[in-house]
Design a protein around this ligand. Structure first.
Ligand code: ADP
Ligand code: GLC
Length: 490
């Protein structure tokens, strides 16, 4: 008997990355934090992931072998090995799909030509594993294009099997990546029936097949990670070619904003900080972290100096061309800037050149470094997130939790989570700008800097309000649970 909305709901998460095993961006954070939040609400959650070679031995040593079988995959009847390794952490069960041919390459994403077969295999193996484990979920919750074939397999080849009774949810974390390839390539690797290769399901024009598109057609519900992005993707500008398809399916599309794991991101108990702090002592202690950051990066040691941080994948999505265009103006009054990120060589090079031009004032850390990210979230005064598009964005949420003021463009989840500061009333969570223009970004940075130097009471008010803001998963997890309940009742 169910006690309340969440109790007893069985959910299988299917996705390509999950912190702390493998993470390249926010998807990894969500795959970690949302299952934990659902378990706290009384759900049973299994997370199904590929067993990539890059997963640390420390975790591999904790896994137990659950068994293996051979699975049909390709159109010509090719059969592939599926092994299942399992570990449990904080009440969440993680099942890793083992297959050396597909997952021994190291990093999760190696190039679309190999990634298409890899994720066809994974999307199907996830369902086969659930049947093998004899664990039938109420909901199969799939994430991004890498798991988009799962809802399709669920309603076709797996419909007559035990897992076929489950409902599916497909969450769009980022519509820019869709798993697009030649029609024959997908036909071959998915082994799905030829009749699905039509314009309502997989076809993208006459020559391409699109995995995400097919998943969106077949999923019982589609969600994305903020309400604003749910609206934006139905427009030409943000729709990445799928806007009409999404508008057509809008009755099953909704937006649920992400949260962050407030234990993972907790400035008062963060072992990576030299001076952990809470809301009660942030105004006194934040500066100690800034000083430690300045020391670590070889910047002039001056805790009174305004410092902006940027922690991001360095890609076109993140608005870095705007930052580069006005960088000299941002730092001209001595403002310090710290960039942490990797990605497009164009941006990596541009930030390295900024560091050279402003030694001691600017630091470009072209790397992925979890612990340095914590120190920047704590030590910087403001965090820049001027994205071209941003489905949700987690860095502004982490920043607010650490009392670091976000400077964001009003798009997607940035718009839904950062209320603009209003000088008349002094309320709001950060500094925002609307159109994608470098002069407007610069203006927002200048407004922030002005409040920092000249109206410290108001600045401190923003810090305290941001640290108080609920950025946890609690509210959003209950929205997912309500969605699961609706689907169970169908
Ligand atoms: P996206 O998923 O588009 O990359 P999000 O804001 O949702 O953007 O999530 C980014 C996540 O990745 C955050 O947890 C952020 O701290 C982390 N991150 C991004 N770049 C780095 C980096 N170079 N080093 C450490 N963490 C990073
Ligand atoms: C994507 C988006 C980001 C979002 C994350 C987690 O990578 O780019 O905006 O926060 O997924 O949903």
């Amino acid at each position: 008997m169910e006690m309340n909305g969440g109790n007893g709901t069985r959910v299988a998460f299917v996705g390509s990355e999950c912190y702390p095993f493998v993470k390249t961006g926010g998807l990894g954070d969500v795959m970690y934090a949302l299952p934990r939040a659902l378990v706290r609400e009384g759900s049973e959650v299994r997370v199904i992931l590929p067993l990539y070679a890059c997963i640390s031995q420390k975790y591999k040593d904790q896994m137990t072998w659950k068994g293996s079988f051979m699975m049909d995959l390709t159109r010509d009847g090719g059969r592939f090995f599926v092994g299942i390794m399992e570990l449990t952490m904080n009440g969440v069960i993680y099942d890793f799909i083992e297959n050396r041919e597909f997952f021994d390459w190291g990093n999760p994403y190696t190039g679309l030509w190999e990634d298409i077969p890899k994720y066809c295999f994974f999307s199907k193996a996830a369902l086969a594993a659930l049947n093998y484990l004899d664990w039938v979920p109420d909901i199969v919750h799939c994430h991004d294009w890498q798991a988009a074939l799962t809802p399709v397999y669920l309603r076709t080849q797996f419909a007559p099997t035990p897992v076929g009774s489950a409902r599916s949810v497909l969450t769009i974390h980022n519509l820019r990546f869709q798993g697009i390839c030649g029609i024959e390539h997908l036909k071959h690797w998915s082994g799905l029936p030829a009749e699905l290769f039509n314009y309502d399901v997989f076809l993208n024009g006459d020559h391409e097949a699109n995995m995400f598109k097919g998943g969106l057609t077949y999923a019982d519900r589609v969600t994305t990670v903020s309400e604003t992005y749910a609206g934006e993707i139905q427009t030409d500008f943000y729709g990445e070619g799928l806007n009409s398809h999404l508008s057509y399916h809008r009755a099953k599309l909704s937006g649920i904003v992400n949260g962050i794991d407030v234990e993972q991101w907790n400035s008062s108990a963060d072992s990576m900080l030299p001076a952990p702090y809470g809301r009660e002592d942030v105004l006194a202690r934040k500066a100690e972290n800034k000083l430690a950051l300045q020391r670590r990066l070889g910047l002039q040691e001056d805790p009174g100096r305004f410092m902006v941080g940027l922690i991001s994948r360095l890609t076109d999505q993140k608005g870095l061309d705007l930052v580069n265009a006005v960088f000299d103006r941002i730092v001209e009054d001595g403002t310090q800037a710290v960039v942490l990120g990797t990605g497009d060589p164009r941006y990596e090079g541009a930030f390295r050149r900024c560091e050279e031009a402003y030694r001691g004032q600017v630091s470009a850390c072209i790397m992925y470094d979890e612990s340095l990210s914590h120190l920047i979230y704590a030590g910087a005064d403001a965090l820049l997130v001027p994205s071209l598009f941003e489905p949700c964005g987690l860095t502004q949420l982490i920043a607010m939790r650490y009392g670091t003021v976000p400077i964001v463009r009003e798009t997607g989840g940035l718009k839904d989570t950062v209320a603009p500061f209003r000088p008349e009333s002094g309320d709001g969570n950060g500094f925002t700008f609307d159109h994608y223009r470098a002069d407007l970004l610069l203006d927002a940075v200048c407004r922030a800097r002005d409040v920092y130097y000249n109206r410290r009471d108001q600045w401190n008010g923003i810090i305290l309000r941001d640290m108080e803001k609920d950025v946890s998963w609690t509210h959003s997890a209950s929205q997912y649970l309500a969605l699961y309940q609706e689907l169970k009742a169908l």
